[in-house]
Design a protein around this ligand. Structure first.
Ligand code: GAL
Length: 661
């Protein structure tokens, strides 16, 4: 468990650097990420390389025993490069090239830009690849940020046609797969196919899905160019990329196969304001962030790279980019850091060292204020360092790899399918996954968010909130486990080619669930139904399905008597969009039947187990009295009285439960 920070020495006078490095070390920071936006200062003109300043930065950080994460600067191609290779720009859906003057203006498919990205990566790797202070590489920065995965440039068009040719081989196969007999959409040649934009009404969903798949593959192959250079020129260093929150623009499971470490950028308050949470939640969690927003991503990214993951950028104070940017409540920077460690992070690195007084992000806090005085975030980072010292090396060695009891399946292609054809304006697949996840956390369960390709044998329960892609291999795999299975609405409702499966949804999952969906309805806001579930009523909205089933038991019925939740053997099928409380009750019951021991937690309290360690995290504004009930549990940090936005850590015996006492 190490702390780190993102640092931009090129943005500060050189006479600050040595003091900055000393203060970083004194604060307890060990890792420093640099360089990812510094291209114009490394190579101010074509071929004129200015290494001296960066050499000195390396020397200064090294002298303070700080470990360096060096970013390749390819998210910010400089002006001279854009002028030289104007075709490298990404194009928007109207065919307009993206302008220079912010970042991420390149097109992943541009051969010229791929060459330039390889060239600068190679130069950096040659210069610093063996430097003793260099511990890791970050490729680029936040692939896809600001909506930049999809580009409609000429380069993208050419690459898309090539991609289609490889996938389908013959144009007849493509016509068949896309259903091009519909509306006379047949093509005679791959060269006739354009990206799916500019059409009069919606483009063919299969065309759109393939464009999304293609664009995802372009990100992966772009990244791979850098990875291959770095592996070759800088062996022994970890290679990572910083992913984002609630971002599904490319298949992160596939891209991360090329990395050593998955990292992500955690901005809990920005995400709480900018994503799908409702008004009440946005207010309730304005200063703390919804507790499960970071946790969901920690558990998602832990599922990549064999469990090795970091938080590359941790929110240190107010940010600048959300609709509203409150300051975090006191204690939150420390609590977020502990939450990440609780979920298994190797490193938590804050963005950024100091608030910069100019340009786009001047309103974004850092660990220091612009006047070089330590800010609240810095104080709390220092507190975490003290916590870690207090725990000592023995306790830290106990933060082990850990399998949760519950797996939640997260499939990027299913999210794309749902986004392309939501059928109801508010059918948000990402939200559905999050709601199911959050319900599991509210009943105290630990969750691995995993890809459909995972091994499920060691899980007691597997939850598939929106496995929309009819994945026969997954169905077979699930069949051979003993786990309790919970399927959400729209499961198995689209084939790989974006057709309705011939046996009707849930396609291959029919064998497990005994369900056939004969009709679906989506409903505008304000319409809800009660589902009677185990003697209580829970609410559903947005979506409901008419099903035929040979289930053993109708667990929940809509108020009109039709089946809403059905059980067959160890499988549960939910034929509606459940509100949060409904998910909680369904999952309470299912997890008990799976032999787990769920408990509804007080609002804002979260428990996270890693091997023998039990973390108790209090996101609420009230103190909570909470601790393990086993005799041989001993407290490593904090106490049974967990203050608002506080944390306690316990070492448990082998088998222990945690109770409210
Ligand atoms: C991230 C990005 C950083 C910075 C930060 C601000 O998305 O990687 O460069 O812009 O957001 O919160």
């Amino acid at each position: 468990m190490k702390l780190g920070v993102c640092y931009y020495p090129e943005q500060w006078p050189e006479q600050f650097w040595a003091q900055d490095a000393r203060e970083m070390r004194e604060l307890g920071l060990r890792m420093v990420r640099i360089g990812e936006f510094a291209w114009s200062r490394i190579e101010p003109e074509p071929g004129r390389l200015e290494w001296d300043w960066l050499d000195r930065v390396f020397a200064i950080l090294h002298a303070e025993k700080l470990h360096i994460v060096l970013g390749t600067p390819t998210a910010t191609p400089p002006k001279w490069l854009v002028d030289r290779y104007p075709d490298m720009l990404a194009h928007d859906e109207h065919g307009r090239p993206r302008g220079f003057g912010s970042r991420r203006h390149y097109c992943f498919s541009s051969p010229a830009y791929r060459e330039q990205a390889a060239r600068i990566t190679e130069l950096l790797a040659q210069r610093y690849g063996q430097h003793p202070a260099l511990s890791a590489w970050q490729t680029d920065n936040e692939y896809g940020c600001h909506g930049t995965v999809l580009s409609y440039s000429q380069a993208a068009r050419t690459a898309f046609r090539r991609w289609l040719r490889l996938r389908y081989v013959t144009i007849q196969a493509l016509n068949e797969a896309w259903g091009n007999v519909f509306w006379s959409q047949d093509y005679n040649d791959f060269e006739q196919i354009d990206p799916p934009v500019g059409t009069v009404t919606e483009a063919n969903p299969a065309h759109r899905l393939d464009y999304q798949r293609f664009a995802s593959d372009e990100v992966i192959s772009f990244n791979r160019i850098q990875v291959e250079i770095l592996r070759n020129k800088s062996p022994g260093r970890d290679i990572l990329h910083n992913f984002m929150g609630f971002f599904t623009g490319f298949d992160h499971h596939r891209l991360s196969k090329d990395l050593d470490v998955a990292s992500w950028d955690s901005y809990p308050l920005g995400a709480t304001q900018n994503f799908f949470l409702n008004e009440k939640e946005k207010q309730l969690w304005a200063e703390t962030g919804h507790p499960d927003v970071p946790a969901f991503h920690h558990d998602l990214y832990r599922g990549m790279c064999g469990g090795r993951w970091w938080v590359m950028e941790q929110q240190p104070g107010p940010v600048n980019w959300a609709h509203w940017n409150p300051a975090p409540a006191e204690g939150m920077v420390r609590l977020w850091t502990w939450q990440a460690f609780a979920h298994g992070a190797e490193v938590v690195s804050y963005f950024r060292w100091r608030q910069v007084p100019f340009a786009q992000e001047q309103m974004h806090a850092g660990l220091q204020r612009p006047d070089r005085i330590v800010d609240q975030g810095g104080l709390e980072a220092g507190q975490v360092d003290e916590d870690l010292r207090g725990l000592g090396p023995h306790a830290l060695a106990e933060n082990p790899k850990h399998h949760a009891d519950v797996a939640l399946v997260f499939d990027y292609q299913s999210i794309w399918m749902s986004d392309i054809q939501p059928q109801g304006a508010d059918f948000n697949a990402m939200e559905l996954c999050f709601r199911a996840y959050s319900a599991l956390r509210q009943i105290g369960l630990n969750v691995d968010v995993v890809s459909p390709e995972s091994d499920f044998t060691h899980y007691s329960m597997v939850v598939l909130p929106v496995q929309m892609r009819n994945d026969e291999a997954l169905a077979a795999k699930l069949q051979s486990t003993g786990a309790r299975l919970v399927f959400g609405p729209r499961s198995g409702s689209k084939s790989e080619d974006f057709h309705i499966p011939s046996q009707l949804p849930p396609g291959a999952f029919n064998v497990l669930t005994g369900v056939r969906v004969t009709r679906v309805s989506s409903w505008p806001p304000g319409i809800t139904w009660a589902i009677s579930l185990g003697g209580r009523l829970v609410a559903a909205s947005r979506w409901r399905e008419d099903i035929e089933c040979d289930a053993d038991d109708v667990v929940g019925r809509f108020q009109d008597g039709k089946p809403a939740i059905v059980e067959k053997g160890r499988c549960l099928y939910v034929a509606a969009w459940l509100e949060s409380e409904g998910w909680m009750h369904v999952l309470l019951d299912a997890s008990r039947k799976a032999g787990l021991d769920p408990h509804v937690l007080p609002e804002g309290l979260r428990l996270t187990r890693r091997g023998p360690l039990q973390y108790i995290l209090n996101f609420s504004n009230s103190p909570m009295t909470y601790g393990p009930s086993t005799e041989n549990a001993h407290c490593l940090l904090g106490s049974r009285e967990v203050p608002p936005r506080g944390v306690s850590i316990w070492s448990l015996g082998q088998k222990a439960s945690t109770t409210n006492n």
